[in-house]
Ligand binder design. Structure first.
Ligand code: NAI
Ligand code: PYR
Ligand code: MG
Length: 372
């Protein structure tokens, strides 16, 4: 199979879908790889290293999309990338379709086969291709929040750690999955007073056992949420219902009752966000203020630490890239129900239930479209 790797074009997005190491794994199995010149430059991966690994270089994205049987990317395709997709071409990348009707329409119209990293599952109930970026974003959320709490950034001028004689900041984390756990770990490491909320008691038990009494775990009722939000200096939104639009757990009215200069970091923004007042921002202009509360809502947070994130992402995606290239998408999806869970759009049909429901498409099962 010919695998194509275009350079990412989203704002300040320097990650790349395959490293030279991944290219070598593909080429030693007899596959071809076409990499856009400069695709890895932002993370220090040189064109000549891709060539040594067996890739051909393309001068522009048009060449990559026109020739590749499978396009491997990082971020959801931007409109000009959707326009370049070919009928039957495999697109393997993050999609986050439920809150993005425009992209969904373009993918449906493209007649391509779109497999989303974020809905691929594993045998332990996890999301193995979302997890590495959730680890990165969870850890970054605390850095971003700490920075935004500084006065010059519009924050209330609170140091997460406090100092001797002055108490630390209160950090509330909504959702105790991968993002939540990693955010809690960083916030505790900095000495903050940390509360984590979730509806999943098993998950709360696990992180309670992991962190011990330094971490407060709270079952997420409306009462508990209000108390955690109103008393926080920093609130991190880290909830997920896989594939679906994020529930708006924190309303505008709740935001207006927060401490002036408090900060919210809505990591769940890529699924639409869990604060009613959230809208996506970019690394270039990451924050805005509503009712005195600073909002950080960058939808591609790991792009800010693109080198770490590229290696973390590509080591997770590589086995699936190899399966898709070795077997073709149809056989690879039929052989592996967990990879099959990543199929969101197949040749004009929406094949992920939560996306179809959120956007009003007829849902077709993967089994239906793969049998056809
Ligand atoms: N902005 C960015 O750059 C990035 C965003 N993300 C996003 O972060 C979000 C979280 O991802 P993960 O931690 O990997 O998901 P996860 O599935 O590991 O954890 C989500 C947690 O939310 C909990 N939850 C669901 N509904 C809830 C509710 N009503 N109240 C309290 N808890 C609730 C679940 O029980 C689960 O423990 C996702 O939307 C993901 O796409 C991930 C990476 C980067
Ligand atoms: C998961 C995601 O949206 C990202 O890594 O950018
Ligand atoms: Mg701003």
């Amino acid at each position: 199979m010919l695998v194509g790797v275009p350079k990412e074009i989203k704002n300040h997005e320097y990650r790349v879908g395959l490293t030279p190491t991944g290219v070598r794994e593909l080429t030693r199995r007899g596959h071809g790889v076409l990499v856009q010149r400069g695709a890895g430059a932002g993370v220090g991966l040189k064109d000549e290293d891709y060539v040594i690994a067996g890739a051909r270089l393309a001068d522009d994205p048009a060449e990559v999309f026109a020739e590749a049987e499978m396009v491997v990317k990082v971020k959801e395709p931007q409109p000009e990338e959707c326009a370049r997709l070919c009928p039957g071409q495999i697109l393997f990348t993050y999609l986050h379709l439920a809150p993005d009707p425009e992209q969904a329409r373009l993918l449906v119209d493209s007649d391509a086969v779109a497999i989303a990293y974020e809905t691929v599952t594993d045998a332990h109930g996890g999301l193995p291709l979302l997890a590495p970026m959730s680890e990165v974003a969870g850890r970054m959320a605390v850095q971003a929040g700490a920075h935004a709490l500084e006065k010059a950034q519009g924050g209330r001028g609170v140091l997460l750690a406090g100092v001797p004689g002055v108490p630390p900041a209160n950090v509330s984390v909504i959702g105790s999955g991968v993002v939540g756990l990693n955010a809690a770990r960083m916030a505790l490491g900095l000495g903050a007073d940390v509360t984590v909320l979730d509806l999943d008691l098993t998950r709360l038990r696990q992180i309670d056992a992991q962190f011990g009494p330094r971490l407060k775990t709270v079952y997420s009722t409306a009462d508990a949420l209000e108390s955690a939000v109103f008393n926080a200096d920093l609130v991190i939104g880290a909830v997920l219902i896989p594939g679906a639009a994020a529930p708006k757990l924190v309303t505008r009215a709740m935001i207006s009752r927060m401490r002036p200069g408090a900060v919210v970091v809505d990591v769940a923004i890529d699924q639409g966000g869990c604060f009613e007042t959230s809208h996506p921002t970019t690394h270039q202009d990451p924050t805005y203020t509503v009712d005195g509360v600073v909002h950080y809502c960058v939808a591609n947070m790991p792009g800010g630490v693109a080198r770490t994130a590229t290696f973390a992402l590509t080591q997770a995606t590589l086995p699936y890239v190899l399966a898709l290239a070795d077997k073709g998408y149809r056989q690879a999806l039929l052989d592996d129900p967990h990879l099959c869970a990543g199929l969101n759009v197949h040749r004009g049909a929406v094949t992920y239930a939560a996306v179809a429901e959120a956007l009003g498409y007829t849902y077709r099962t993967a089994a239906q479209v793969l049998a056809a």
